[in-house]
Write a protein that binds this ligand. Sequence first.
Ligand code: GLU
Length: 312
Amino acid sequence: MPHPATPPRRRRLLLAAALLALLAPAAAGCGRPGSPPAKGPRPGDLPHYRVATGFRLPASPTWTAAERRGRLVIGVKEDQPYLGERDPAGGTYRGFDIEIARMMAAALGFPPRAVEFRTIASANRETALQNGQIDLYVGTYTINAKRKQQVGFAGPYYLAGQSLLVRRDENGIHGPADLAGKRVCSAAGSTPYQRIRADYPKAVLVAYDTYSVCVDNLLTYQVDAVTTDDAILLGYAAKAPGELKLTGRPFSREPYGIGVRRGDTALRFALDDALAAAERNGTWRRAYRATLGLSGVPAPAPPPIDRYPAPR
Ligand code: GLU
């Protein structure tokens, strides 16, 4: 494996600053001259979700249990800028996935105070849904046939594609075919990890629980690239623009779904209806613009909802 020379002290300091900005998103841009101001939704940009009153879904075991408990528990990510990010100081979550989650909770009759977010890593999503640790999962969760055997999916509500994040000065990686002999980091249990393992066996795969650890490793020259969905990588690149860049074109289709317990078709269809309504009335677009849109990509048309029949 070609190993880059140790960066000089100044460069290391810059890397450390970029890293700090990533780890403490609220402070991003405060430490370095010339770095972009921290971006975030301005008050009033985020849509307000009307909480459905008198909503009932007795055919859904998940909804019924949540209603009895008085709380809807939603699994999310906490270190994915513009998608699912937790403010380490206040503990509040924000991002496009978080907005989708709040939107769905409101449609199911749960006001914000009755919604609990729980951080769950990519590799643990199916188990968390299966054992009832969470009621829903909203966190860059690709719908695919294999996962559909374990859980159910409402949506999709967004279409991403696998891509590559490299250091700004990297000139040798333009696509997955250039990864032979390179150290590539991704999250355990993710579709991007599985795709590199299956289709690009000459890449040297490194797996962690989260992509933010991969990005730390990229900034400190432990790996040569990070691979996952473009939507996720754009957020990291936007937070460290002097250090990181996306390279090449997306090389997969990653339709994001809302994970539910397999077989809870009543809940899945209720979420599909709520998504369709939010897409029609402009709520989806407003939520996108105030969150993921800040990483620079204008609101796309949402992908068609796949209301697939109940599994046998
Ligand atoms: N969308 C991909 C997946 O569901 C990658 C992102 C993630 O790990 O959440 O595996």
